[in-house]
Write a protein that binds this ligand. Structure first.
Ligand SMILES: [Zn+2]
Length: 304
């Protein structure tokens, strides 16, 4: 599972968490020396027919969130090595030039020098929403955040949890919008055009044999939606894939934030989804793992 792959040191946001192009190149060397990269079609075949086998040590590369990094930096290296990757662009970000809240939060964090200060700013601005939404106290929110993130320091985990999940949706959307305008840019559309691939670039990847799958429409936590909203998210993302010319008999989904539940799986089964990718961090075992709940290993966990 890959996200950003960019020349971080020379970018405008060197603090963004991502893989440098050099490290990506080294990982591809390592992968090719130790594994056999497969295309998603090989996986379809292996799962549908017991007579078809995958090569030993098969590996499938997936790229989430439709970043222009994937077209500019990843695609040339995959193409040069004959590797077929899977790409999961969030439809709304690409079509409507909107920056995903999760990305806004990353770029805000990459733009401030003191995250504790940012956290104070978040808590201070809660006061104006407090009446309307019966918000918890600062201590109440802090106490509810007990988990440790594998890569982030405590203050970063708190900012992410509050702004991605714990605050009421209306409050977090508004706070994220303000923080992004204040710390990053007031021109969201221009930023989105730079951050994500265009429809033409994604179509080009597809024509060159890369797989394009669904990553939802709005990049919502799909497990938090009603079954009707889940169906709407899926159907709108499928319209996007159809417009890109994707093969609708062989479509796949990658769950935003890894969020799925039983009712979503039912929606996907009804629409004959072939494969679903989660963020559970381990190697997949096709004899045990369900087609729609495949785990993935994060690039940060690979040696490099
Ligand atoms: Zn995503």
């Amino acid at each position: 599972m890959y996200h950003y792959v960019r020349d971080l040191a020379r970018s405008r946001f060197p603090a963004i968490k991502g893989l440098s192009i050099e490290r990506f190149r080294r990982q591809l060397d390592y992968i090719q020396a130790n594994y056999n990269p497969i295309a998603v079609e090989d996986l379809f075949n292996a799962m549908s027919s017991p007579h078809k086998y995958l090569p030993p040590n098969p590996i499938l590369l997936t790229f989430d969130d439709g970043y222009s990094d994937h077209f500019l930096n990843v695609f040339p290296l995959l193409e040069e090595r004959g590797i077929k990757g899977c790409f999961f662009p969030p439809a709304q970000a690409v079509l409507e030039h909107r920056v995903l809240d999760v990305n806004k939060i990353q770029f805000v964090l990459a733009s401030v020098s003191d995250v504790w200060k940012l956290l104070d700013e978040v808590f201070d601005s809660l006061d104006e929403f407090r009446e309307e939404h019966s918000l918890k106290s600062r201590e109440g929110y802090l106490m509810a955040i007990t988990e440790k993130h594998r890569y982030d320091p405590r203050e970063v985990t708190i900012v992410k949890r509050l702004l991605q999940r714990d605050l009421p949706e209306h409050v977090r959307t508004e706070l994220v919008r303000r923080l992004f305008a204040e710390h990053v840019t007031s021109d969201e559309e221009a930023f989105a055009r730079e951050l994500y691939m265009s429809v033409e670039q994604i179509s080009c990847l597809r024509r060159q044999g890369m797989h394009i799958g669904s990553h939802g429409y709005t990049h919502a936590w799909l497990d938090s939606l009603s079954p009707a909203s889940q169906a709407e998210e899926v159907d709108r993302s499928l319209m996007f894939l159809r417009e890109l010319g994707a093969d609708m008999d062989e479509w796949t989904i990658c769950y935003p934030y890894g969020g799925f539940n039983e009712s979503l799986l039912e929606v996907l089964q009804n629409r004959r989804c072939k494969l679903g990718f989660t963020v559970e961090a381990r190697a997949a075992d096709l004899n045990v793992d369900g087609r729609l709940t495949l785990p993935r290993i994060d690039t940060n966990d690979l040696p490099s």
